[in-house]
Design a protein around this ligand. Structure first.
Ligand code: PMP
Length: 404
């Protein structure tokens, strides 16, 4: 074969859409912090020692014994019926309003695909989940940031934004938010649902952590409040996204979306083009686990994360300079630090890694930038001993940096 006279540049073939994608700051950081000598509070990883390995083994055997070849065959795009029915029953809605997805990350991507046109205004918390920004970015929305405080989104500020902007959708994480660990208060939930209904703005409620509450009182989901307001799952302006990743195991990639029929119909078409369906075997395994193993597992994980969060909060009080502000999560896997404005946590990270401790700088979690003086710490994937050692090292670095 003769060589072509013009050298081909594969990068020149990339679409405009592909050019909007950036390497995730988190992925890059995770690479450094995977060194075994570094105590990492950076990754949002569940505690692997809590994974129910034997129970998954038993469920897999049961599924293969019972379903045989059907567990290894192609299956429907909507998802495995018994799993959809179980999820629907938990939410008090028909299975028809439930779409199984391959990780809630896929749900976010598919929702972006079926809901967003270029230039659509998307309201996001400041800060918000970086992975959602990554999912929506290729559909070229225009982000508007909503101010947040200890009680989550500031709903007065939301009302001002809704008066000013023709918003298409609002993306929110009301429970133990990633990255801050904050929870939207019950009163604000009600107001948020009413305001968005009044202005005709669709809400995506991302709730992978809701089951992992270790203190305080549960509040109704936005989805539930939307359902009460409209009285019909096919009229609900709230779309709900959740996952078994944080309660059971992320490697199974079993997750779901609850939405009104016209949105589900489009999600099915979009998912067909994406991966045909979520792995049949994984869905059948999950349908086996939800009844007994899942509730036990949620209890174990809740308790462990509650202890770890307490440990981290105690370490902050013991080792950190007084000017460092922190959130106090009531569940989930994260807490958030705000340092004095003169500190930039980005350039500080390599110095933390030299001291064998890692965190995620806060700035990438802001759709429109900001938060250079913030950081996210995850307590889920570190033992209490590692939390003590790592927080002592990080506290030492912050004291030095602040001259405290
Ligand atoms: N949403 C939020 C808020 C998350 O924190 C995560 C995981 N880090 C996801 C979605 C994606 O989770 P999964 O794809 O494992 O369900």
């Amino acid at each position: 074969m003769s060589r072509p006279s013009v050298a081909f540049d594969p990068a020149s073939a990339l679409s405009r859409r592909a050019r909007t994608m950036n390497a995730s700051a988190i992925r890059e950081i995770l690479k450094i912090t995977q060194r075994p000598d570094v105590i990492s509070f950076a990754g949002g990883l569940p505690a692997p020692e809590l994974f129910p390995i034997e129970e998954v083994r038993a469920a897999t055997n049961a599924v293969l014994d019972r379903a045989g070849a059907a567990a290894l065959q192609y299956s429907t795009t909507e998802g495995h019926s018994p799993l959809r029915e179980w999820i629907g029953a938990q939410a008090g809605i028909p299975a028809a309003n439930v779409q199984i997805v391959t990780g809630s990350q896929q749900g976010l991507d598919l929702l972006g695909k079926v809901l967003l046109d270029e230039g659509d205004v998307v309201l996001v918390e400041a800060p918000t989940y970086l992975g959602a920004l990554q999912s929506f970015q290729p559909y070229l929305p225009r982000y508007v940031q909503l101010p947040t405080d200890e009680g989550g989104i500031d709903v007065d500020a939301l009302e001002e934004v809704l008066k000013r902007e023709r918003a298409k959708l609002l993306y929110a994480i009301p429970n133990f938010q990633n990255p801050t660990g904050r929870t939207l208060s019950a009163e604000r939930r009600q107001r948020l649902v009413e305001l968005t209904a009044q202005y005709g703005v669709l809400v995506i409620e991302d709730d992978p952590y809701g089951q992992l509450r270790f203190s305080g009182e549960p509040a109704p989901s936005l989805y539930e409040l939307g359902l009460r307001l409209h009285g019909d799952p096919d009229r609900n302006h709230v779309v709900y996204s959740s996952s078994f990743s944080k309660t059971l195991a992320p490697g199974l990639r079993d997750a779901w979306v609850q939405a009104a029929a016209p949105i589900i119909a489009k999600l099915i078409q979009a998912k067909q083009g994406s991966d045909l369906h979520t792995p049949t075997l994984n869905q059948m395994i999950m349908a086996e686990l939800v009844h007994d193993v899942l509730p036990r597992q949620i209890e174990r994980v809740r308790q462990a994360y509650g202890e770890r969060a307490q440990h981290m909060l105690r370490a902050i009080r013991a080792h950190f300079p007084a000017e460092v502000e922190h959130t106090t999560p009531e569940g989930g896997m994260f807490l958030w630090l705000t340092l004095p404005a003169r500190v930039n946590t980005g350039p500080l990270l390599p110095r933390a890694v030299e001291r064998k401790v890692a965190y995620v700088p806060g700035s990438p979690f802001y759709a429109l930038g900001g938060g250079e003086n913030t950081m996210r710490l995850s307590y889920s994937n570190a033992t209490p001993e590692q939390i003590d050692t790592g927080m002592r090292a990080l506290g030492g670095l912050l004291r030095e940096e602040l001259g405290a």
